[in-house]
Design a protein around this ligand. Structure first.
Ligand SMILES: *Cc1c(COP(=O)(O)O)cnc(C)c1O
Length: 379
């Protein structure tokens, strides 16, 4: 059996171990410590936006939960959410007893459609509903049409939460994803652009919100010598060990983004002359994707082969690929909630495939992928 080629794997830069060793030497084996503070500072500098205040947490999902909480989302409220995403975007809405309202994507960026968003707002309001927040995602690293989304949100005075879990290092009009929303979230799960083995961050627009986030993430403990609690909190802080990995990863972040962008060029080269298959690409130079995962779309009316053919052939060669995210409005757990849009995300789900895209892919592995793909079109 040939060795497995994964979709996206962790890729250590080398100094992660050093930061972990320091944590051991100083006995900072806790959900606080110098690596946590250091990683937060690194991220704030990287986002290089004077209004980015980062709180490191145990996951990106926890970050969305604490963003919604701080926007006052509670039982019976509605939160508008991009349907085409991973469930971590939507699940926290229900943790607070609120109801998601799903919105379709547009075909340029595959992210939330500003027009369907406005339709949804108008219709929900006409039904007497209170919309507390909008969650927009930069899926697969592709920036959403964030200026248009923010314009609509401003018109109706609804705060935007920006899910940049897959988009660290991507930019829109030269501004980094993770700096646009009232709150923005990042993820450092195992297969993301950088990893802390598991973790996330909430990017806040004020130091007060950052402090409040840390307060909620550490069981809402009041500032007294004994443990005094006036609110319900959560155990969501990042550990000093994980943050040590994060600090090492920050040293190689831009290099690893470059490698993923090279993978994207590699796939463009393979598919450029193949009818009916398009590689997902930036709609204009305003958008720069980190190309976290390279995705292809198969047009079944033009292509001789189907998504399943490609998926199965790769699997046969022990190469992992994956259909695009199944839209939330189609998920059994969410299909009772309102949905605004047509079939854009449904079509993407039906005809799209993510290809191996990790920054750690070796040349021989890329060769194997290329030969396998080419063999499909030569048969
Ligand atoms: C990974 C991911 C999340 C959740 O992050 P975790 O750290 O895994 O909780 C949220 N949204 C999107 C789009 C993601 O890809």
């Amino acid at each position: 059996m040939k060795s497995k080629i994964w979709l996206s794997t962790p890729h250590m830069g080398g100094s992660e171990q050093k930061y972990i060793n320091e944590a051991f030497q100083d006995n900072w084996i806790a959900p606080l410590g110098p690596n946590v503070t250091g990683f937060e500072t690194d991220l704030e500098n990287y986002l290089s936006n004077k209004n980015s205040f980062v709180a490191c947490l145990s996951s990106g999902t926890a970050a969305i939960h604490l963003a919604l909480l701080q926007l006052g989302v509670s039982k019976g409220d509605e939160v508008i959410c991009q349907s085409f995403t991973f469930c971590g975007t939507a699940n926290p809405i229900t943790y607070l007893g609120a109801n998601p309202v799903f919105v379709d994507s547009e075909s340029k960026t595959w992210n939330m459609c500003p027009d369907y968003l406005e339709q949804a707002i108008i219709d929900r309001k006409s039904k007497g509903k209170t919309i507390k927040a909008i969650i927009v995602v930069h899926l697969y690293g592709m920036p959403a049409q964030i200026d248009k989304i923010i314009d609509v949100a401003k018109k109706y005075d609804i705060p935007v939460i920006e899910d940049a879990a897959e988009a660290l290092g991507s930019t829109y009009n030269n501004q980094k994803c993770g700096t646009f929303g009232e709150f923005s979230i990042l993820s450092f799960n195992g297969n993301k652009i950088i990893t802390t083995s598991g973790g996330g961050a909430l990017v806040c627009r004020s130091i007060e919100h950052k402090n409040k986030t840390i307060y909620y993430a550490t069981q809402a403990r009041e500032n007294t010598p004994h443990y005094e609690h006036t609110e319900i909190g959560y155990n969501y802080r990042m550990s000093n060990i994980s943050a040590g990995i994060g600090r090492g990863q920050m040293e190689v972040l831009d290099k690893h983004i470059g490698l993923r962008q090279n993978n994207n060029k590699f796939y463009n080269e393979i598919f450029k002359d193949i009818d009916g298959i398009s590689v997902f690409a930036e709609p204009s130079s305003q958008f720069v994707s980190n190309h976290w995962l390279t995705c292809i779309l198969i047009d079944p009316s033009k292509s001789k082969i189907t998504r399943e053919d490609i998926y199965s052939k790769l699997l046969e060669e022990n190469i992992e690929s994956r259909p695009l995210w199944k839209p939330m409005h189609l998920q059994p757990v969410f299909n009772k909630y309102p949905y605004y849009g047509t079939n854009i995300s449904e079509q993407l789900f039906k005809n799209g495939l993510c290809l191996p895209s990790g920054s750690k892919l070796e040349n021989e592995e890329l060769e194997r992928i290329k030969n396998t793909l080419i063999s499909l079109f030569n048969d």
